[in-house]
Write a protein that binds this ligand. Structure first.
Ligand SMILES: C[S@@+](CC[C@H](N)C(=O)[O-])C[C@H]1O[C@@H](n2cnc3c(N)ncnc32)[C@H](O)[C@@H]1O
Length: 212
């Protein structure tokens, strides 16, 4: 059944009391694909990691185990989500292991080549001009760094039937791979993950050493 627009808007930018509930539900419902994204990232102990659209912050908190001496930063443009994430992971925040920042992904406030690993899961749907966001993700990635983008593609008919296209831009996986190429990423691979009731696609890409 098609989700009403007010629920879809909460997926895009959770807010208020309903947004706090959405944060909890989302953390549970997206855990499997986020765990897979972490595997694909091949985290190393000293990695500097950026999550774009970090929402509830659960994935970044898990990443802290693998990037045990590194740094972790999550950006999200929803104040409700960030408050939830900062409260839930206050220990890691207090220890300065994780930083949550209120930012939009089309203008990342970081110098070029700041991160070893950059990832985003279930966030590309909300980018009207995806190239702006992907170009920023590449800019802040170090040469040799790894980028993972997880999403439900247009090939997942159930997803297309459920989420209103006015809010969710649902794209075929080949189109997303091409967008990553257009943004300047290299060595692009696609991986699929079939879960009980959904299909996920992951674009894995790098910024090659020495590449501009
Ligand atoms: C559907 S949730 C996914 C959260 C988490 N990544 C997950 O997989 O469970 C999308 C998140 O991306 C955030 N978001 C959407 N567009 C954004 C943008 N342009 N800049 C920063 N955050 C954005 C939303 O506020 C929301 O928290």
């Amino acid at each position: 059944m098609r989700k009403p627009q007010f629920i879809a808007r909460q997926g895009r930018k959770p807010s208020g009391l309903l947004g706090r509930i959405v944060a909890r539900v989302m953390a549970r419902e997206t855990a499997n694909e986020n765990d897979f994204a972490l595997e694909l990232l091949q985290l190393q102990p000293a990695d500097a990691v950026l999550e774009i659209g970090c929402g509830h912050g659960e994935t970044l908190a898990k990443a802290a185990n693998a990037a045990s001496s590194g740094s972790l930063c999550g950006i999200d443009f929803s104040p409700t989500m960030l408050r939830h994430a900062a409260r839930r992971h206050r220990q890691l925040v207090a220890e300065k292991r994780i930083e949550f920042r209120l930012e939009s992904s089309d203008r990342l406030p970081f110098p070029d080549a700041s991160f070893d690993k950059v990832f985003a899961v279930h966030t590309i749907y909300f980018w009207n001009r995806p190239l702006d966001h992907l170009t920023e993700a590449r800019r802040v990635l170090k040469p040799g760094g790894r980028f993972v983008l997880g999403f439900r593609p247009a090939e997942d008919a159930g997803f297309r039937a459920t989420f209103p296209s006015e809010i969710y831009h649902i794209r075929p996986e080949a189109e997303v791979a091409q967008l990553a190429r257009d943004a300047g990423f290299e060595a692009i691979q696609l991986r699929d993950l079939a879960l009980r009731n959904k299909r996920l696609s992951f674009v894995i890409a790098t910024r090659l050493r020495g590449a501009e």
